[in-house]
Design a protein. Sequence first.
Length: 261
Amino acid sequence: MNNQMALAEKKQQYDQLGYAVFQNVLDAELMGEAKEHIAWLMKKYPEKRPEQLGNDLLANDPFWIRLISDDRLLDIAEQFIGPDIALFASHYISKPPFDGRPVLWHQDGSYWPLAPMNVVTLWLAVDDSVRENGCLRVIPGTQTMELQEMKQNTQVMSVLESEVDPSLVEEDKAVDLILRSGDVSVHHPNVIHGLEANLSPLRRCGLTIRYIPTSTRITVDNWPSAFLLRGNAVPGVNSYLQKPKFDQAQHMSFRGSEAWK
């Protein structure tokens, strides 16, 4: 009962402010595996910036699929979108020490091919995420704002190279979401948020996970990260990929690959 009450309080906060924070969701051992997974991805894809480890890499990665399918994460997502859950997208944003690029103020939903825009983001702190290394910052209450067209901004070296109209951002109202490894923040697709550059000696990696109810349509064909994770598909809405097998006996599937050695 207490757990259900706590979940209800988080949902109420989300509805009022556009975000909520859940502490101690995933254990330290699994977070250690995720940190090694990032190191493996960076070794395997040296041409990519560490902030750009995303959807195109996910479909054939059993550990990544196992991580985003964790029941502890799906239990949170279910509070916001119901019991029939699919993955839309997932993306490691790993900001290296002294060189981590910012994410300018934006609304996620403005970028996404979804109809309707019924989606929830879980932001999993792989590393501790604090003010010094560029934690997530949110403008509370902006989830009630309509989705805006994002404007290109290449004057600043940033992850998305675009931003919401700066006149819509009341930066003095921004809240820093301080998270420890294994914590999760949840945010609405319309809420304005961003991340500052990481100029500290501490890496700051988070994993974004975008869950949709199976009634939400992905409006782009052959989407590379559509997986049914819990419950039932709605006939005729989306085509889902087959999940790669995660061999628990191997513990971390990527450790056996040539790229790991």
